[in-house]
Design a protein around this ligand. Structure first.
Ligand code: FE2
Ligand code: FE2
Length: 323
């Protein structure tokens, strides 16, 4: 039974024989050629990065990603808490529920929101294209379980659904303000944009990166999936290319991994709602992971800043906002 979770670890703490999942494990060396191991440990409450220095390596079993390990360690300060592992061995007995991070939202409810959005589509070709995917049972099961990220945003089981439904919830506001947006195309793009992420991550005791992600990535695999679905339906090639353009361009810039930049209003809107959902998820996760008495988070790589927790945030959070 796990007693101590990642979210409880504070600088100065010592850990004795506590269980964690290995999210990343890499043997490497200092500039002076002293070997050490870069390790990331996780449980359902979060992740902690750390090191196994050469003196401690003899007390630490060599392990693989997704293994569950019993760890003795101290928590040091390096850009926030960092774990210095002094003793580590693999275990076989554990409760999976202690490790798998999951979306707090109901999977079936989120999935039915996606089905409903697809049913509202009027263009018969786009509707058929989405049906082709939604009837692909094995893929849909992966889509329901999938994470939308490794550490950056929606990095938990059901995260892909949560991210996609958040983006769908922005559609009415965007389309009301900009009625020239082709809503059918916009919704189709949102549902498909990260579909390739089902091949990016292995979701077991923790979320780890796959070889497919490293060699191909979700922009390519997603485009490939949608091309196959489209060809099956026999839809017009030009219309299919426009949908694929939404997938290819959704990261907005070539330096962010998109092979083309957004070239339609729907692709531009898709890029921004994707950013809105992912950045806010990252910001709130960072704030949630920070001690309540701290005004600032640790340095956040995504924002290039420490985020500020307003002391007024509870007062200002108003569930009865009239819009
Ligand atoms: Fe993406
Ligand atoms: Fe996304």
């Amino acid at each position: 039974m796990k007693k101590l979770f990642v979210e409880d670890l504070k600088v100065g703490d010592s850990v004795f024989g506590e269980l964690f999942a290995v999210k990343a494990y890499k043997k490497t060396a200092t500039r002076n050629n002293r070997p050490y191991i870069d390790i990331t440990l996780s449980d359902k409450t979060g992740i902690i990065k750390g090191k196994i220095w050469s003196d401690d390596m003899k007390n630490c079993e060599t392990v693989g990603e997704a293994d569950i390990v019993s760890v003795s360690a101290t928590i040091d300060e390096f850009n926030g808490p960092q774990i210095k592992v002094t003793n580590m061995s693999k275990v076989d007995k554990y409760d999976l529920a202690d490790f798998q991070p999951t979306s707090g939202k109901d999977t079936e409810k989120m999935f039915s929101e996606i089905v409903e959005a697809a049913e509202k589509i009027k263009n018969p070709s786009l509707k058929k294209l989405l049906k082709e995917f939604l009837n692909d049972k094995d893929t849909v099961e992966e889509y329901k379980r999938g994470a939308a990220g490794y550490t950056v945003h929606h990095d938990y089981l059901g995260g892909l659904l949560e991210h996609t439904t958040e983006m769908l919830s922005y559609v009415p506001a965007v389309c009301k303000t900009h009625p020239k947006i082709n809503k059918d195309m916009f919704v189709t793009g949102i549902i498909f944009h990260d579909i390739g992420k089902i091949y990016d991550y292995d979701v077991s005791t923790t979320i780890t990166l796959t070889t497919k992600l490293k060699l191909l990535g979700h922009i390519f695999t997603g485009a490939e999936m949608v091309k196959k679905y489209g060809e099956k339906t026999g839809m017009d090639e030009e219309l299919l290319d426009e949908v694929i353009h939404l997938i290819l361009s959704h990261h907005g810039k070539m330096e962010y991994g998109s092979p083309v930049v957004p070239k339609t209003p729907e692709a531009i809107a898709l890029n921004f709602v994707d950013e809105l959902s992912s950045k806010l998820n990252n910001a709130f996760s960072a704030l949630d992971a920070t001690e309540e008495n701290e005004l600032f988070t640790g340095y956040n790589r995504i924002f290039g800043a420490e985020l500020y927790r307003s002391p007024y945030s509870d007062e200002l959070a108003n569930e009865d906002i009239p819009f």
